[in-house]
Design a protein around this ligand. Structure first.
Ligand code: HEM
Length: 343
């Protein structure tokens, strides 16, 4: 499957947009007219052809532009990629997982050949041809996690498992919805989730952690999470809040359709073979309201979800300033027809 990679930006002039095919495959996350936190974890099984769930690692038309944006973020702020020394085996595990998956499922774009520990990686969209020795960091231009994730869409955290908890001891995080790896590094599952409202009292995190501690190799799982972003900006980090926070004040009833984006995170988790660590991938998909309502059932449903969203979630997700305007705008796309469960 040959993908036409787009030239586009996620900052300054914001030329990002979705092609009609990208709109059709958007991972719309709401299966009901209302939304509340839950342990929404399912097996990461191959999904329908051309959907973001078809392959374990999804590469799409935004690949090249996203990798350029990641390089810019890392240049400005190297602390977006951090790894504690004991995570080096997990880093190699991650490199293997991503290279194998990308080469197997997108052979026109990526090739991996192995001769024992001597590996050769060819990445055609980014013009890379690298021979290296698996397990020998001196043979790569970056440490293994940074090397491979500069070439793979989505953020990645590597979690060490000890004392019946998961510890965020490594990660590369450049496309995050307002949280900081530099702040969270070394924290455990309950600590980094501390700011999330309501979910702790519902027992969501206790159950999710218990489930993840038993995650088996070869049986990855996934979940969807969502928020909203003004302008198609990938890097909405606390570190850069001074650049994007003010965007929230620029929404008007006239520009909602263009400025307000639904941002969906496809999050997947794998147990890694050598290190016994877990990798947590966070792949962000964005769609502006004008694009979203081209699928009438999505416009209808998002209107209802946002209209009924609990104030604690409106506040935590940072929607307060433009929530009302967005609900009003979407109401014109809700004819009141009943919706059926599912997507
Ligand atoms: C939010 C990381 C797994 C549910 C967050 C945040 C981080 C994070 C950094 C932002 C917290 C903040 O405001 O600073 C991770 C990592 C995971 C993981 C590294 C891998 C083990 C899960 C799982 C669940 C979950 C399995 C399942 C219930 C949530 C929810 C939020 C959240 C509900 C709030 C999201 C929102 O409203 O936008 N997570 N998480 N997380 N996480 Fe996780």
């Amino acid at each position: 499957m040959t993908i036409q990679f787009k030239q586009e930006t996620f900052r300054d002039d914001f030329t990002f947009s979705n092609s009609p095919e990208a709109i059709r495959r958007f991972p719309f996350p709401f299966d009901k007219d209302e939304y509340m936190y839950a342990v929404n974890i399912e097996q990461h099984m191959p999904g329908p052809a051309k959907s973001p769930f078809e392959f374990p690692i999804d590469i799409d038309e935004h690949y090249v532009a996203e990798m350029q944006d990641r390089a810019l973020v890392l240049k400005e702020d190297p602390l977006r990629c951090q790894s504690l020394p004991h995570m080096i085996t997990a880093e190699w595990d991650l490199l293997e997982l991503l290279m194998e998956s990308m080469a197997k499922n997108y052979p026109e774009h990526f090739t991996l050949t192995k001769d024992g520990d001597r590996w050769r990686w060819v990445n055609r969209p980014l013009g890379i041809d690298q021979s290296f020795t698996f397990g020998d960091v001196s043979t790569l231009p970056y440490p293994p996690m940074e090397y491979v994730t500069r070439q793979c869409q989505g953020d990645f955290c590597l979690l060490d498992q000890r004392h019946d908890n998961l510890w965020m001891d490594s990660g590369i995080v450049t496309t995050q919805a307002d949280w900081s790896l530099d702040f969270d590094i070394g924290m455990n599952f309950m600590e980094w989730h501390a700011p999330v409202p309501l979910a702790h009292d519902l027992g969501v995190f206790e159950r999710a952690l218990k489930f993840l501690l038993n995650l088996q190799q070869g049986r990855p799982v996934r979940r969807l999470n969502w928020t909203m972003t003004i302008n198609p900006r990938l890097d909405t980090s606390p570190e850069n809040y001074h650049k994007w926070g003010k965007d929230r004040t620029t929404v008007t009833p006239e520009n909602v359709g263009d400025k307000v984006h639904l941002r969906v995170e496809l999050q997947a988790l794998w147990r890694l073979p050598r290190s016994n660590a877990i990798v947590f991938s966070i792949r962000a998909y964005m769609i502006k309201m004008e694009e979203l309502v081209t699928v009438p059932k999505w416009g209808r449903r998002l209107h209802r979800v946002l209209r009924g969203l609990k104030p604690e979630l409106v506040e935590y997700k940072g929607l307060s300033r433009y929530h009302g305007m967005t609900v009003d705008w979407l109401s014109k796309h809700d004819d009141g027809a009943p919706t059926s469960p599912g997507f």
